[in-house]
Write a protein that binds this ligand. Structure first.
Ligand code: RB5
Length: 148
C-alpha cells in the first residue's frame, strides 16, 4: 500500500481532486496538504509545507501541482532531499523513476497534456528504479546540496 503526499496551489485544485480519487481507487493512502479553494496562494509556501512533511518520512513519493507545475518543481528542488520531476508524457514519467528515482512529480492544472496525468502517475508507480550508473548520478545530484 503506497503512501502519497499531494498538494496544489489554486491553479490545480480540480486536478488534485481527480488524482486523489484515482489513487484512492488504487488503495493508496493520501495525505492531502491542500489547497482546496481557488483563492490565490503562493506556490512556494505550499511546496515547502509538503516537502517538509515528506521529509518527516513514511511516504513513498509526493505530487505537487500548480498552474504549470514549473513553479512547484523549482521550489521543491531547493529543498534538501527532494528530487522533483516535471514530467509531461509517459516516457518522462517512466524515466523519472527508472533513471532519476524522483521522489516528487509535478504537474500543471492549466497544461494540455497528450495523456491523462493519472496515466503518467500510474506509469511512474509501475516502473522500478534501474540503479547502477543511475544511482551514481543521483548521488552526485544530492552531493550538490553539500557543495553549493
Ligand atoms: C499562479 O498563477 C501560477 O503562477 C502558478 O500556479 C504556477 O503555474 C507557477 O509556476
Amino acid at each position: 500500500m503506497k503512501k502519497i503526499i499531494i498538494a496544489s496551489d489554486h491553479g490545480a485544485v480540480d486536478l488534485k481532486d481527480k488524482i486523489i480519487s484515482f489513487l484512492k481507487a488504487k488503495n493508496c493512502v493520501i495525505k492531502d496538504m491542500g489547497v482546496n479553494s481557488e483563492d490565490s496562494v503562493d506556490y512556494p509556501d505550499i511546496a515547502v509545507n509538503a516537502c517538509r512533511e515528506f521529509n518527516q518520512g513514511g511516504y513513498d513519493f509526493g505530487i505537487l501541482l500548480c498552474g504549470t507545475g514549473i513553479g512547484m518543481s523549482l521550489a521543491a528542488n531547493k529543498i534538501k532531499g527532494i528530487r522533483c520531476a516535471l514530467v509531461h508524457d509517459l516516457f518522462t514519467a517512466e524515466m523519472a523513476k527508472a533513471h532519476n528515482n524522483a521522489n516528487f512529480l509535478a504537474f500543471g492544472g492549466r497544461v494540455k497534456y497528450s495523456v491523462p496525468v493519472t496515466g503518467m502517475i500510474e506509469k511512474f508507480m509501475d516502473t522500478a528504479f534501474a540503479g547502477d550508473r543511475h544511482q551514481r548520478r543521483i548521488a552526485k545530484i544530492m552531493e550538490i546540496e553539500n557543495q553549493c
